[in-house]
Ligand binder design. Sequence first.
Ligand code: GDP
Ligand code: MG
Length: 602
Amino acid sequence: IPLDRFRNFCIVAHIDHGKSTLSDRLLEITGTISSSNTNRQILDTLEVERERGITVKAQTCTMIYNHNGEDYLLHLVDTPGHVDFRAEVTRSYASCGGALLLIDASQGVQAQTVANFFLAFAEGLKILPVINKIDMTAADVPRVLEQIESTFELDSSKAIGVSAKTGLNVKNLLPAIVDTIPAPAGDATKPLRMLLVDSWYDSFRGVVCLVRLFDGTVKAGDQLVSFATGHKYTVGEVGIRYPTQVPQTILRAGQVGYVFFNPGMKKIQDAKLGDTYTTVGSEDVVEPYPGFEEPKPMVFVAAFPTDPADYSRLSDSISQLVLNDRSITLYKDHSEALGAGWRVGFLGSLHCSVFQDRLRQEYGASVIITEPAVQTKVMWENGQETIHQSPVDFPEFEERKTRATFFEPFVLATLTVPEEYLGRAIELCEASRGEQESIEFFQGMQVILKYRIPTAQLVDDLFGKLKGVTKGYATLDYEDAGWRESDLVKLQLLVNKQPVDAIARVVHRSQVERLGRQWVTKFKEHVQRQMFEVVIQAAVGKKIIARETLKPFRKDVLAKLHASDITRRKKLLEKQKEGRKKLRAVGNVVIEQEAFQKFLAK
Ligand code: GDP
Ligand code: MG
């Protein structure tokens, strides 16, 4: 099939507007998968994506469509729908000539549709508006047509109404794709210029790369070099996904396909997002694709094995999870209370919670995960700046003899809210220390709010809370808005005056009272009584914010215990020995690991 009959496209949509369903339907109509195929939503291959109904990694699938007697090669590049994965979205768009702008007829245009449209538009993609779910009684097609004109300034007469679910009118989409979306530019006779769009780990082949060829060709045996790392590789196999990996003898300019190397690339971290590859020897004549970016983690958690003996086993599994996700950063960490563990960085809170879920699913009780935290920045009096990922190394109150200024990261959040929930959405933003940037009434029913909000508040389930106060109707999109000065303090939990480092948090001063009270009450519930009094306190520096006391065993209980027969005491001591592994000492207080786990669980 010649280049002018290639079409590379993606689907731009808000979550739940039917991207996966429509992809399946297109694959069916072109005979790529059979309609009886039970393997629904073929592009959402990762299990966790299927579970949550979200696409985390970009996938691609090739279809062959016969139009007026000629075969066309259509590459559908699936893109992550969630804003945590913005960089991945942009790279996927770069591999396409056009996009279907998919809008749910019952919901209308939503925040993510707008955000992703502008990303696609900025990449120069041709846009074909598609209205989905026209089978629903709540569908309001005229309203969506109007939004297409007013919001995107697109010709709404080109829009196609479909039902991805019933298949209604979907077959008319294919000729429109062929007509609207341009064939990829590119010259197969030029030296190779290949963009790495995505990658995943395959235990047999090592890292498999999803690539888009701008110029040139690539085949097994070719020697390639990466612009980002300078590493050289020999190509082991090339192919397309149709719908699973189908080897080809050659990939040519304009194509989207997969490549893996022999020997295989070992670390997913070597497969840099947005990196350009060329043939060894052509480095000087090929211009790399611009805008290659290292992923920037935004949310951090620490993870510890419940039983220190599990350290190496857990270490293997965490490395395995990280292996498949180049955007996770991993460092070793250590806690006085919990021992050796890891500090893990994520692109955003969804990304983080997906990882936590997986780890908990697989390891349940054997892992303790601390609360998600964001980075903080300290500017010291001498002008020096330090960035802190962990509350543990955040300067203590007493250390602030020199004057220092504290900064926390902010995001610019864009919320779409139906007008009737506007008041409650604004209340929530204000309570989350947000500052309003703008408010815009949109199509008479929806309001678009822009707020500057601390990233820490975003991470503290802002989206969940927003959905709560708007019956699920609001949407949230955000972008990084840099550092802002903030009155940050380190809140600590003390057990008989000893700080429990794993629980420390850097928070805004306004949150100290409420959180401190909550901590001591909650922690008391999970700690066992001891022979002596246990004092649980929340403190900022030397200042005690909240306090609870756990009374010792009563004297008569102890007396009874002493009076009991010797064999029973022996038994108890044996038991205690067994249990010792699971216990942690904080100062003179022995705390069960379970207590930490329960305390840190939501
Ligand atoms: P995605 O998040 O954009 O991938 O959306 P999905 O394809 O997972 O669809 C979200 C929900 O909408 C699912 O429950 C689908 O069954 C439903 N859905 C998708 N397309 C249609 C449609 O044309 N009509 C109706 N009634 N429901 C649809
Ligand atoms: Mg989906």
